[in-house]
Structure formats: structure tokens, C-alpha cells
Design a protein. Structure first.
Length: 140
């Protein structure tokens, strides 16, 4: 199952709106031994979010955020980007109307599809609903 950035951020930030649900989800999936996957895009997004002030959390210092990422690199399977993902992204963009920041979501879906992953764990169902005929959205 591919894990969206918002799940990882919610796990990290105690005051985040879905903190308890995110912790519970990841604990249950690890007990089920289901492989959890992310991409380097997710790592960049995570660093971007946790190092800036939020309504529900103070920013992490960069060393702490990088320590988090190092744990992610060992705890999650990394689905790499590359020519196959780019080709899948371009095909997806021709089929699904998106633009602007939605391109980032489309790239997540393209990464999943190019690497054979179909399940996405996210709290942002609305952002990915347009891809619902290609992937299974998992939310709690």
C-alpha cells in the first residue's frame, strides 16, 4: 500500500487533526505485514510540511525532520521515479483533467501505477477521487 504524505505528517504531529487515526492505521498495517511504500516525492513533501509552521504544530528543526526521513527510508519500500513513471504521468495527464498543484497528485498515482501498486492510503480522498477508476483509495 502506498502511503500519502498527509498520513506521515499526521503520525508525526501530535496536534494534527488525524494523529490518532494515522498512528492506528500504520500500526495495523504493519501488524498485517502489508508492505508500505512511499516515493522520494513523498519524502520531499514531508520535509516541506513538517519544517513550516502549522496551525496544529510548530515546525520541526531540519535535523529532526531528516532523522524522520532516514527512518522512513528503512521502514518503507521506496518506489523510484524514472522514465516509466514519467511516461505513465504523461499518459495519465492526457486522460484525466488536472492542472497546477494537482500534477503532484497525478505523479503519485503515476508512480504507483508504473510500479504495480494500486492501493493508496490518504486522508485527502477528494484530491485523488478523479483517479478512482485506476487506484483503490484507502481512508479511515
Amino acid at each position: 500500500m502506498f502511503v500519502d504524505t498527509n498520513v506521515l505528517v499526521n503520525v508525526r504531529a501530535v496536534g494534527a487533526p488525524h494523529h490518532d487515526a494515522a498512528k492506528d492505521i500504520l500500526e495495523r498495517t504493519s501488524l498485517d505485514r502489508e508492505p508500505l511504500r512511499i516515493s522520494r516525492q513523498i519524502i520531499r513533501e514531508y520535509l516541506s510540511v513538517v519544517t513550516r509552521p502549522q496551525i496544529w504544530a510548530d515546525p520541526l528543526d531540519l535535523d529532526t525532520a531528516l532523522d524522520d526521513v532516514n527512518r522512513m527510508l528503512s521502514d518503507f519500500e521506496i518506489l523510484e521515479d524514472g522514465p516509466a513513471v514519467t511516461g505513465t504521468l504523461f499518459a495519465l495527464l492526457r486522460e484525466v483533467p488536472v492542472g497546477g498543484r494537482q500534477i503532484h497528485d497525478a505523479n503519485i498515482v503515476a508512480t504507483m501505477l508504473a510500479r504495480g501498486e494500486r492501493r493508496l492510503l490518504t486522508f485527502n480522498i477528494a484530491d485523488f477521487r478523479r483517479f478512482g477508476d485506476r487506484i483503490e483509495l484507502i481512508a479511515y
